[in-house]
Design a protein around this ligand. Structure first.
Ligand code: GLC
Ligand code: CA
Length: 560
């Protein structure tokens, strides 16, 4: 694969609303990001992905855009953004924005005009369909619960929303809609952003005409997986999008792609793919249930390992995945993937190393670098996220008592990742002088930037060393481009792999459990030198003793 400017970079996701508030309104803002650029630079970050900051009613926290060309006043001004782009550039950093074009907001002017004239030009920007008798056009269940169809008052017509009813789906079949989108994308790229994270993109292609699929819950509705399995031709839209926008700008793009058909991976992220990269969500979906998150199960270390190797194997030389342990839609990775009761500094560092050194672009989500954990929300009233509120209702409808329902859905809540960034041990974790829009995790007394900067053994400093290692000229080639080969795959709760480069081979050996383990490296591997570990001691040779949650990153001896 041809080398690209972004392959050696480290990316960081900012959730602006919760990052840093500079004017005391309890909401993070662009000036807050500008103020923290040096912090991010010091950590070693190159690319910053900003979750949406466009004008929005914030029904889905900015993923419902009412004006693609404006910044929401709560986050700042266009001038602030221009300053952020310029300040990032001074530091050799790149800004990428969130591209949310499966849907817009029902407060977008296009939708307003559509509702004023259901036969007019703008109605064709959306999916507006006649009901079937007194029923909606089909039985799909929205990602956020309920029917995907919302009735338009005074008619028997409905509009389509795969997500919230305040997020009407844009009709990509209409060439005018596509033109509007390409124009907007180019406008942003010309402003100096380096690319986009592309939201919910697989959903832009719907199998038409609309029809029912088998109901899979008592609500009589069908999960979106059926329609996505049947949809054909999303690639035609994506190729056009690439050719008209990303490609001429050499943009870095990373797709949020669920439900991809396995034989299409090359089209998405191969040489000349629709996107530069896409997120590996293999681990994210472990344990999820069609019944709802109340019935979900936490992944086990063995499942985590299996999924790691499966994704890496599927993609191989074809392209670069983007690797995460969490994002703004997921619980905190350390709380989710580390077995209950075992989450601590050692295990956090172990998880950091095993995901970070896989092949692909490492993404760090804000707060992950200090080991932020899930939040003990006292009650459902403390939850803001529409998806969690719906999951709670699903659990109640399934017959769970309120307290039980809460305890079951909380570990999967998107709000776990959305509480304010923990800068200090002080009031509101140093995030704001005002009242934060979402509660602060009480763990900020122990888990915060200020303390971790000063502690050489902190999770933060471990991340910093991981980043430095991936950028170290001696190892960069191997850690960025080298193939990943599983090692000791059969050893229970051992997650180990080798990255094989032309100059050297690097081993990552992790003991994903509390019990110590002794392992013997297979033929061909012998540790020459430990490069980084979360334990004391310098292991060499082939007999390796691993403490609970120990991870060793080591260079292998040649010709063994
Ligand atoms: C993506 C976003 C999520 C949002 C949804 C609808 O999954 O990451 O936050 O709710 O799309 O835009
Ligand atoms: Ca603010």
């Amino acid at each position: 694969m041809k080398k690209q400017w972004w392959q050696e970079k480290i990316a960081y996701q900012i959730y602006p609303k919760s990052f840093y508030d500079t004017n005391g309104d309890g909401i993070g803002d662009l000036r807050g990001i500008i103020q923290k650029l040096d912090y991010l630079k010091e950590l070693g970050i190159d690319i910053l992905w900003l979750s949406p900051i466009y004008e929005s009613p914030l029904a889905d926290q900015g993923y419902d855009i009412s004006d693609y060309y404006n910044i929401d006043a709560r986050f700042g001004t266009m001038q602030d953004l221009e300053e952020l782009i310029a300040e990032a550039k001074k530091r050799d950093m790149y800004i990428i924005m969130d591209l949310v074009v499966n849907h817009c907001s029902d407060e977008h002017i296009w939708f307003q005009k559509a509702m004023q004239d259901l036969d007019g030009e703008y109605a064709k920007y959306f999916y507006i369909e006649e009901g079937k008798g007194d029923k909606p056009p089909c039985n799909w269940r929205s990602y956020f619960g309920g029917s995907v169809w919302e009735k338009i008052p005074g008619t028997n017509k409905y509009y389509l929303h795969l997500f919230h009813r305040k997020q009407p789906d844009l009709n990509w079949e209409n060439p005018k809609v596509r033109e509007e989108i390409y124009q907007m994308v180019n406008w942003w790229l010309e402003k100096g952003i380096a690319g986009f994270r592309i939201d919910a993109i697989i959903n832009i292609k719907k199998p038409l005409p609309f029809k029912d699929y088998p109901a899979d819950r008592e609500d009589g509705l069908s999960s979106m997986h059926y329609m996505l399995a049947e949809a054909q031709g999303v690639g035609d839209f994506l190729a056009e999008l690439r050719d008209r926008t990303f490609k001429p700008h050499q943009a870095f793009t990373v797709g949020e792609v669920f439900d991809i058909k396995p034989d299409e991976i090359g089209d998405f992220i191969g040489e000349d793919g629709y996107f530069s990269s896409m997120f590996d969500f293999g681990q994210t979906i472990i344990g999820s249930s069609e019944l709802g998150s109340y019935a979900a199960k936490q992944p086990t270390p063995e499942q985590y390992k299996a999924s790691t190797f499966e994704s890496q194997h599927r993609v191989k030389e074809m392209g670069f995945l983007s690797n995460i342990i969490e994002n703004h839609d997921e619980p905190r990775g350390v709380s989710h993937y580390i077995p209950q009761g075992d989450c601590g500094e050692q295990s956090k560092k172990m998880l950091a190393a095993v995901y970070f050194l896989k092949k692909g672009i490492p993404f760090i989500y804000q707060g992950q670098e200090i080991g932020m954990e899930n939040v003990p929300f006292p009650s459902i009233e403390d939850i803001d996220d529409i998806a969690t509120l719906e999951e709670y209702q699903v659990a109640i409808r399934a017959g769970l008592e309120p307290q039980e329902a809460l305890q079951r859905v909380l570990p999967y809540s998107r709000d776990n990742a959305r509480t304010p960034m923990q800068w200090t041990a002080g009031a509101n974790a140093g995030f704001t002088n005002g009242k934060p829009w979402l509660m602060v995790n009480p763990t900020h007394a122990d888990v915060n930037v200020e303390q971790e900067l000063n502690n050489p053994d902190s999770v933060y400093n471990f991340y910093k060393q991981l980043i430095a290692l991936r950028k170290n000229s001696q190892y960069q080639d191997t850690l960025v481009y080298g193939e990943l080969e599983p090692v000791l795959q059969e050893a229970e709760n051992i997650l180990a792999y080798a990255r094989k480069g032309e100059k050297n081979t690097i081993l990552v050996l992790a003991n994903f459990q509390n019990e110590p383990q002794k392992i013997t490296l297979p033929e061909g591997y012998r540790i020459k030198e430990v490069l980084l570990t979360n334990e004391e001691g310098e292991e060499t040779g082939i007999e390796i003793f691993l403490n609970g949650y120990e991870v060793i990153i080591a260079e292998c001896a040649k010709n063994v």
